[in-house]
Structures are given as structure tokens and as C-alpha cells.
Write a protein that binds this ligand. Sequence first.
Ligand code: CMC
Length: 435
Amino acid sequence: MPEDSLTVTDNRTGKSYELPIDHGAVRAMDLRQIKTDENDFGLMLYDPAFMNTASCRSAITFIDGDRGILEYRGYPIEELAAHCTFLEVAYLVLFGALPNPSELDHWVYEISHRTMLHETTKKFMEGFRYDAHPMSMLISTVAALSTIYPNARQIGDPEVRLRHIKRLIGKMPSIAAMSYRHSVGFPYVYPDNDLSYTENFMNMLWKMVEPKYAANPVLAHALDVLFILHADHEQNCGTHTMRSVGSAHADPYLAVASAASALSGPLHGGANEEVIRMLEEIGVVENVPAHIEKVKNGKGKLMGFGHRVYKNYDPRAALIKKIADEVFKVTGYNRKLEVALELERIALSEEYFIKRKLYPNVDFYSGLIYQAIGFKPEMFTVLFAIPRTVGWLAQWQELVVDAEQKIARPRQIYTGARGLRVAPITERVAGAGIR
Ligand code: CMC
């Protein structure tokens, strides 16, 4: 019997099966041979929310949730945050190695020369209501880019793929900035290719009548580091959506719009917006114990706490907490930080949170920095989507060239009725449906 195998006995039949183990996993399809008789479909795995199912092999991001480790292509996130710019990290995540100086120059040129939006896209965005949520505008506009680049459907052509990957990375900040300017009624600002990726984003957000926008270097650096920390996070809900939609061979604009839709939810990237609302609701440090009690009694969640994978401090939250000090030196003190620190202090010493291994996640402190830099809460998830586009595209690229991947299609366990006859409409019982 090979050492790397699992022996399973089906107690219904008394038969034993030997399943190979590869990289700590057995193949779910190997269970299909386990049947009670010839007519049996075969055994399936039931795993709602994919709590213990690997859906792909990936060489992009490594997470050790118990130890609080996050690495992109083998580089710890702390190394990358200390030594690289966001576009260098984007190159690493997409191509698997850090760029040398000429590769980086070329990459920066290629991205910065794709930041401009077609004028019809600008007109499209002008059609949104004055109070449209910036995240909904971003998602819809990214999807609309699919109408401008119909050849993006040629996903089997590596050159076409790369062109659209660059376009998406270049255009996300432009769409994000226009979403913001639209929501406050300011005229749109065109990109400035002399500026870095993050500085140009700040230029498109906040330039008013000055001839050239000059970003505060501390704030631009903080935003760049935040972008690095959000670039990828393996198979989370948004990335899973990217891969699932991509597996049907939809074009990358539509797939990114789908992934961004998943990200917008308050349990995912939308949590940073909710954290600020929660801190505002709590108001002062004295109210923290009462809020913790409410959470412990099942009346709401502590937003920005808990994670499916991290059962330790989220390493991104630790880095963000450090950047907060740099940012607050420039922007001035934010009273909400006191409330956040007290929430963390009490939560980390309470049995409820210790038992469930609930620690601050990436969203707990990021909103405070975003707000200090000058973003309104509705923009927070948009700020998450810009860098995550890199991760989505890297994962999509990996999927497209993976010979093992097919269209995503989970199974179900059917629990409904079967074989019913349609009764005449006058004979149907009122209220018989599921509510
Ligand atoms: N506050 C209070 N209790 C919590 C929290 C929280 N934030 N998160 C989980 N729990 C409890 C949960 O009620 C459950 O308790 P019990 O065992 O008594 O039923 C236990 O902890 C396990 O939680 P779970 O819901 O089974 O965990 P999950 O892996 O399904 O959910 C999560 C992960 C991130 C959705 C969840 O922790 C959560 O809703 N957190 C708040 C929202 C948030 O901050 N989201 C951002 C996640 S990080 C960035 C991203 O992914 O985009």
C-alpha cells in the first residue's frame, strides 16, 4: 500500500478503497467509485462555502492562517511592503518574479499609457444618478469596458490577454476616481503620466484648479503600501468568483466586474466601510465595553474581526496599524483610532473572541487610514478593488493556462419534491409556496 494514500471503508457495503493523497489532498472525483450498487451515482463531498475544498493549484499566494503568514510568489508581505512599489509587486504577482530596472521601466510605461478612458466611457459614467454608490459605478463601468474591447473575448491568445491585463490595471484607478468625482459633482480629471500609479490616482481624485497636482509623499507612500497589501489573497470569495466566471471563458472585463461585485459585500471587501460606521456608532471609548457585550450576545458582529483563513493576527492588519502612525502624523489625530484600539484590546482579552480565534483583519484599520487621507467611506471598497484587480487577473491567467481546469460546476444535494403534476389554477392552495 503506498504511503501517500487514504484507505476508506464504506460501512454500507463493507468494501475498502485506497485513495491517493497528493499535496495533502484527495481528489473528490476518486470518491465517485464508492457506490452501494451499479445504479448508485457514487459518493460526493458536501462542502457548503468551500470550508475544506481546494478548487485549484496555484503558485501565486501562500497563506498560513495559523501562523499569520502571507507571501506573494514566495516573498513575505512585510518584505514587499518595505522594499517595493505597488507596480513592482503587480509585476511579481502576475509574472512570478520581481522586475529588473529595464523590465520595471517598460512595465510602468505600459501601465501608465493605458490609464486614459474612452470619451464614451466618460459619457456612460455621467449617466449615473448623483448619489450612485462609487462601488456600483466602478463595477458597472468595468463591465461596460467589455463593449469597447470586443477582442478581449479571445482569451486563448496570450498577447491579447496581456494587453487587456495591462488595460485593466491602468484603467481601474481612472474609473475609481471618476466614480468619486461623479459622486461629489466635480469635473473629471484626466490622468497625468508623469506621476506614479498612486500619485496619479490621487491627482485624478483631488486635483482642482492647480496646473500640476503634487501628492503628499507620506500619504502617497501609505496608499501604495495599502495597495501592495491588498494585491492578492488566494481563493477568497471575489477571486473564486473571478475564476468561476473566467472558467466559462467570459472576457476579463466581465469577470473582473463579477469579482468586484463579490468584493462589494459587507462580509468581504465592504467590511472596511462597515468598520468606520461601527466606530462612529460607538463614538467614545467609554461605550466600547457595551458594544462588545452586544456582539457577545449575538446582536451584530464586530466588523473588521474574524477571517475564514487567519486564526491568528492578519499580517496585513499588523502592517496597516504601523502605517496609521505615519499617516496620522501628517493628517492629525483621529479620535476613532482610540475607539478601535480599545475595541481590539478588550476583544483580544475576551473569552468569546479568544475561543473563536477572532483577530483584527485587514479591514479593521484600513478604513481609518483611508478616512484620514481624505476618502469618504463609500470609496473604501473601491480602494480595495483597484489593487485586487492584479490578483484577480493573475489568478485568471493561471486558470486559463491550467489544463486541469474546466467550467466550474459544483454538485448539489437535492432536497425538494419530485415528479409532481400541475393542478388547474383554481384548485391550487393559497400560500402553499416557500416564503
Ligand atoms: N464578530 C463576532 N463574532 C464573529 C465574528 C465577528 N466579526 N466573525 C465570526 N464570528 C463568530 C461567528 O458568529 C461564529 O460563532 P459561533 O461558532 O458561536 O456560531 C464563529 O465566530 C465562527 O465564525 P464563522 O461565521 O463560522 O466564520 P467564517 O469563516 O464563516 O466567516 C468572516 C469569516 C470574515 C465572514 C466573519 O468572521 C465575519 O463576518 N467578520 C466580519 C466581517 C469582516 O470583517 N469581513 C472582512 C474579512 S477580511 C477581508 C476580506 O475577506 O475581504
